[in-house]
Design a protein around this ligand. Structure first.
Ligand code: GLN
Length: 537
């Protein structure tokens, strides 16, 4: 559609206000009113993508079907909207500059001085409009990462200014998300930081059309009036966003506050059809009224920053709701697990998930946790590195290959049950070179995985370099661990199971990326079901 509408979401006062959740909630409401909507994130850092960033710096790296390594906000977009995102949905300063510099080298700007304005801003505007001109969307919501006033954000804000002017106010608007802090000593909500951040935005020539105000306390009509007066917006365009019990409440809260209606009115689009939130609210109802509870140990090495496992914990919420079960997570640092304390650290859990990861820190703890769940019949779910650890543990303790390992951690190991794919051996660059994105997998009909998916043909997202070494497949299968999912084209093992165990599944891919509110991931649903069964034993 040529007349795509653009919503830009900027942030003021501080970071971590939840721009991604506000964008996703608005998108959800618009989608449920019948509009086709997508969301894009612009990240002002110089990395090409977050694939090379430590999770401690950035939280989880989310992966799309087309193999983009992206910001974790894209996970929220997919979980809320239930539609896939792609390379085009996450743009970084690194990508912008790379494109412009490549063009310069090709001679596309011959004779010209290459500058931030217009060359960098043109590239930003092109990336924003790629989604809009695809014809797939009525509305594109673009979230600008960072906070207004950051040096890094300036070219983005300038690009927004140009687009607002080019498209006109019926086609492009700005929502500014800001914080209204509460001063306990004075017993007051304060508007000054918001006034300043709006002023800062205006200095760049951008005047927000809507203010969304994050707050711990109800914002009075008086405060709304004051904000409207100082920030050049109408009072009805000041929207309160009060702290919520769960992020999944935010679409309903925004509906009550009328955010979607305000946006549609600005675009002169129909507000007649109300958002259809029946399925969403059924999910919420079950999430908030569980009839049972399970405790799952999440074994990882980045647990100090729980955002590192965002998609996994959200997938637990989806799977919990579909089982009407509260999923309590016991965060277990893999480095802290020793043969002496494993019994106490994992005592009483109903399921164990060994998380993805890179490098050898905490590896022994992960292997011990696999052994504990295998020997004690506790449901086990291994994801990516977690699956690889399950293969190593089985090879060591059941096959008796004491030196079995992955060449990622021990290059010269005698029994490399996990090793580098042939095509990876030539690779020297670190960025964007793993096995990434969607790969097909054929599931064995007599497996637990098949029972969960109810399908032989699945496609899941990957992000890893190392693989199950097929030279060991026969011996491993003879001893009772089965490869129940294979990529037919390459023969790569994607799923392993121990059929004699109540629930022992390891997957080379990342099922968590595809779990959404509308479609909780079948393996997570089945894992929680098995854990629930374990809790009743
Ligand atoms: N480090 C492992 C690999 O590269 C696993 C990666 C992961 O868990 N995502 O194969």
């Amino acid at each position: 559609m040529s007349n795509t509408k653009y919503v830009f979401v900027t942030g003021g006062v501080t970071s971590s206000l939840g721009k991604g959740i506000i964008a996703a909630s608005l998108a959800k409401l618009l989608q449920q009113r019948g509009f086709s909507v997508t969301i894009q994130k612009l990240d002002p850092y110089i990395n090409i993508d977050p694939g090379t960033l430590n999770p401690y710096e950035h939280g989880e790296c989310y992966v799309t079907d087309d193999g983009a390594e992206t910001d974790l906000d894209l996970g929220h977009y997919e979980r809320f909207l239930n539609i896939p995102t792609s390379q085009a949905n996450n743009v970084t300063t690194g990508k912008i500059y790379q494109a412009v510099i490549n063009k310069e080298r090709k001679g596309e700007f011959l004779g010209k001085t290459v500058q931030v304005i217009p060359h960098i801003t043109d590239e930003i505007k092109r990336r924003i409009q790629i989604l809009g001109t695809s014809g797939d969307y009525d509305i594109v919501i673009t979230e600008i990462g960072g906070t207004v006033g950051d040096i890094e954000s300036l070219p983005y804000v300038e690009s927004v200014r140009q687009l607002l002017w080019e498209k006109g106010e019926e086609n492009a608007i700005v929502i500014h998300l800001t914080l209204i802090p509460y001063l306990a000593a004075a017993g007051e909500l304060k508007t000054k930081p918001t006034q300043h951040s709006v002023k800062m935005l205006m200095q760049s020539g951008v005047s927000p059309n809507v203010l969304v105000c994050r707050t711990e306390h109800e914002i009075s009509e008086d405060i709304k009036r004051k904000l409207a007066l100082f920030c050049n917006v109408k009072k009805e365009d000041v929207i309160q966003s009060i702290d919520a019990e769960t992020i999944y409440d935010v679409p309903n809260l925004m509906l009550e506050e009328g955010l979607d209606e305000v946006v549609l009115k600005k675009f002169k689009l129909s507000t007649e059809k109300q958002p259809e939130l029946k399925v969403w609210n059924e999910f919420l109802k079950k999430h908030k009224n569980p009839t049972s509870e399970v405790e799952i140990a999440l074994i990882g090495k980045y647990i100090e920053l729980q955002d590192s496992y965002k998609s996994i914990t959200e997938a637990f919420i989806h799977a919990g709701s579909s089982n009407e079960t509260k999923v309590k997570v016991r965060w277990v640092h893999s480095e802290s697990l020793t043969p002496n304390n494993i019994e106490t650290k994992l005592k009483g859990v109903n399921g164990i998930l060994v998380a993805p990861g890179f490098g050898d820190r905490g590896i022994d703890g992960k292997i011990k946790a696999v052994q504990y769940s295998r020997e004690n019949n506790i449901p086990f779910f291994g994801i990516c590195l977690g699956m690889q650890m399950a293969v190593i543990e089985f090879s060591k303790n059941v096959l008796g290959l004491v030196d079995a390992f992955s060449t990622e951690m021990k290059q010269e190991c005698k029994n490399p049950v996990i090793n580098l794919m042939e095509s990876q051996k030539e690779v020297t660059n670190k960025g964007g070179t793993m096995r990434l994105g969607a790969w097909d997998c054929k599931v064995a009909k007599d497996s637990k995985t098949y029972k969960a998916y109810q399908s032989e043909n699945i496609s899941e997202r990957h992000r890893h370099r190392y693989e199950f070494n097929n030279e060991y497949l026969e011996q491993i299968e003879l001893k009772g661990m089965k490869a129940t999912g294979i990529n037919s084209k390459t023969g790569l093992v994607e799923i392993i199971e121990i059929p004699s165990h109540p629930w022992f599944v390891g997957v080379q891919y990342h099922p968590e990326y595809k779990s959404t509110v509308l479609k909780p991931h079948p393996l997570f649903v089945d894992f929680i079901k098995a854990s629930l069964k374990q809790s009743k034993n």
